[in-house]
Design a protein around this ligand. Structure first.
Ligand SMILES: NC(=O)c1ccc[n+]([C@@H]2O[C@H](COP(=O)([O-])OP(=O)(O)OC[C@H]3O[C@@H](n4cnc5c(N)ncnc54)[C@H](O)[C@@H]3O)[C@@H](O)[C@H]2O)c1
Length: 442
């Protein structure tokens, strides 16, 4: 089947490549000329495990192509996916400008029947507006006889495991008011859910809400554990032991129960905000989600307070090693990364940062000051040279079992370790004479 994917970012590129992997002919379209030029030359613009292989293979087999020309992408495509960004606006609502622009371009250029599927995360009512925009454009062109359908298929992939999630999703939600569209989409996605027929067809508003509800629930679990971690520190309990004790209850499950530096990334912060905004525009007060957001902010603030509590408010002349910059492991995505908040807090107090991340260095350079106050290091040990503290921000697996003898030689003798993800052994750290601060550990 022929597919046009509008937006070749984390979602569009992965979904486009996975659709090609399952035998479809896919055009990935983007307005970013540099990105498309790079992809045509085999350069993958994001780090995502397994993505490079799958892109290379499908490009070589002529099932995956890249263009900035939407007309070329649309030409023979039955399915048109919209996977452009929906970043937050100042008031917390989702910026739908990119989605509506894509819809307008589709209406301006399409010349035959299409199924237009929104994949971006969008508030209830947006898919209906996409339909109106396309219809208006066709009317302007006096082409109202061109038929099309719309649907909303939320994307649930996790960055860092996106290819695996996309190829083997837990379920596929199809939001449509139309049996024919549901059948077409089931045919397209059938190879992704071969073992079990895990399609959930529902109304478009329910599907739009499902995506926000899912992210809001996951964010809630994280904030819940983060709040509990603060109490654990006060009463002598250990949040990781509590997590295991709770998570093994089949009613609860073990995912998204890790206390740490709070949720970040391009989805949870903006989706929680957008849902709160949507609710308040509809006269509904989502008090639980407001508390989730507040707990998330507070978690970062309290972590920074631990550092200041140890060193005092003036950090001038002190060097801090930051291990991990991306918002989570196995991705280079720096959007809303805790590392940015922590770096800003340290730099504003006069500290120097020595930063290392296995894959996010390039993106980190774009987002952190280039005035020499942040030194981008070659590896995790280089980052420790002459530092007063190690701040472990992202739980990359390679940070879990470091060479402590080497660390002792590199860092100042009275150094402290701030373990934002409970990855290190407190007793091992303290045995070296370093102070240790974790999250929710007594
Ligand atoms: N990143 C995730 O993990 C994830 C997971 C699930 C859902 N989502 C949702 O998917 C959507 C996309 O997220 P993303 O992380 O892939 O964003 P992204 O910023 O990585 O990619 C968006 C791409 O769309 C392109 N674009 C914008 N307008 C365009 C247009 N008119 N025509 C063609 N291309 C255009 C941009 O140049 C960019 O390359 C968002 O709504 C997001 O909330 C993201």
């Amino acid at each position: 089947m022929r597919v046009c994917m509008i937006g070749t970012g984390y979602v569009g590129l992965v979904t486009g490549a996975c659709l090609a992997e399952n035998g479809n002919d896919v055009w990935c379209v983007d307005v970013d000329e540099t990105k498309i030029a790079g992809l045509k030359e085999g350069r993958i613009p994001i780090y995502e495990p397994g993505l490079e292989d799958i892109v290379r293979r499908n490009v070589a087999q002529n099932r995956l192509r890249f263009t900035t020309d939407l007309k070329e992408g649309l030409a023979d495509s039955l399915f048109v996916f919209i996977a452009v960004g929906t970043p937050p606006m100042g008031d917390g609502s989702a910026d739908l400008g990119y989605v509506y622009e894509a819809a307008s371009q589709v209406g301006t250029l399409m010349d035959g029947y299409k199924i237009v599927v929104a994949k971006s995360t969008i508030p209830v009512g947006t898919t209906a507006r996409v339909q109106e925009i396309i219809r208006e454009k066709l009317e302007e062109r006096k082409k109202s006889d061109i038929d099309f359908d719309v649907a909303f298929c939320p994307e649930f992939l996790k960055e860092g495991a996106a290819v695996e999630d996309c190829l083997r999703p837990d379920r596929i939600v199809i939001g449509t008011g139309n049996e024919r569209t549901a059948e077409f989409l089931k045919e397209l996605f059938a190879p992704f859910v071969m073992k079990e027929n895990r399609f959930y067809t529902m109304s478009i508003p329910s599907a739009e809400m499902t995506k926000y509800a899912s992210n809001a629930m996951l964010a809630t679990r994280i904030s819940f554990m983060n709040e509990l971690s603060r109490l654990c520190e006060k009463v002598g309990a250990d949040i990781d032991q509590v997590r295991v004790g709770m998570g093994t209850d089949s009613r609860i499950g073990s995912s998204f129960l890790y206390a740490g530096l709070g949720y970040g990334g391009s989805c949870f912060p903006k989706d929680v905000q957008a849902l709160i905004h949507c609710a308040s525009s509809n006269g509904v007060d989502l008090s639980i989600l407001k508390a989730v957001e507040e707990a998330n902010r507070e978690q970062r603030r309290l972590f920074i307070e631990k550092i200041i509590g140890h060193f005092g408010d003036d950090l001038s002349g002190k060097a801090f090693a930051l291990w991990g910059m991306s918002f989570k492991p196995q991705t280079d995505d720096m959007r809303e990364a805790p590392a940015l908040t922590i770096a800003e807090a340290l730099l504003s107090r006069g500290a120097v940062i020595r930063a290392f991340d296995p894959v996010a260095m390039e993106k980190a350079r774009e987002m952190l000051p280039g005035d020499g106050s942040v030194i981008f290091c070659d590896d995790a040990y280089d980052a420790l040279e002459g530092t007063e503290a190690l701040v472990l921000v992202t739980e990359w697996p390679q940070f879990r079992r470091p060479d402590w003898d080497r660390i002792r030689e590199l860092m100042k003798p009275s150094a402290a370790v701030f373990d934002g993800r409970n990855q290190l052994s407190p007793s091992r750290v303290r045995a070296l004479g370093f102070a240790y601060y974790g999250i929710g550990r007594a």
